[in-house]
Design a protein around this ligand. Structure first.
Ligand code: THU
Length: 141
């Protein structure tokens, strides 16, 4: 099985575990790291709505706790005809651990797929680069 097929199977299994009684919109996400490891997440909602977690955030948490830091590929799986895209906050979360060439595979359950670069989903993003630049300037003073 190639990596995209493995990601799709993993995303479906994760989505089946989603806890989404309020939106009834289960989502599965997978991140793949430079070592080739896959980490999955599903959305986990809460009666206090804003406390809900997106599938991508859960996958990133699993990756971080395993000691991994660099994402090469992301897959997000939701229902509907159009493949879904990560919310704004998750684009920023993903960017933290991504490279300039990190791909995001947007899929629906029938397997329809669209692949985009994360940097195209979040152009001119704020990142640690700006923080590092400022720290360097401050050190020079
Ligand atoms: N959701 C995700 O988990 N990931 C996305 O990329 C889009 C939205 C979740 C949040 C909420 O539990 C439900 O989908 C409806 O917004």
């Amino acid at each position: 099985m190639d990596v995209l097929d493995r990601m799709f199977e993993a995303a479906k299994a994760a989505r089946d575990r989603a806890y989404a009684p309020y939106s009834r919109f289960p989502v599965g996400a997978v991140v793949v790291t430079e070592t080739g490891a896959l980490f999955v997440g599903c959305n986990v909602e809460n009666a206090a709505y804003p406390n809900g977690l997106c599938a991508e955030a859960v996958a990133i948490g699993q990756m971080a706790v395993a000691g991994e830091r660099r994402i090469t590929d992301v897959m997000v799986l939701g229902a509907g005809d159009e493949p879904i895209t990560p919310c704004g906050a998750c684009r920023q979360r993903l960017l933290e651990f991504s490279r300039d060439d990190t791909r995001v595979h947007l899929v629906n359950i029938s397997g329809r797929k669209d692949t985009v670069l994360l940097t195209d989903l979040l152009p001119r993003a704020f990142s640690r680069r700006q923080l590092d630049d400022l720290a360097r300037e401050n050190n020079q003073r």
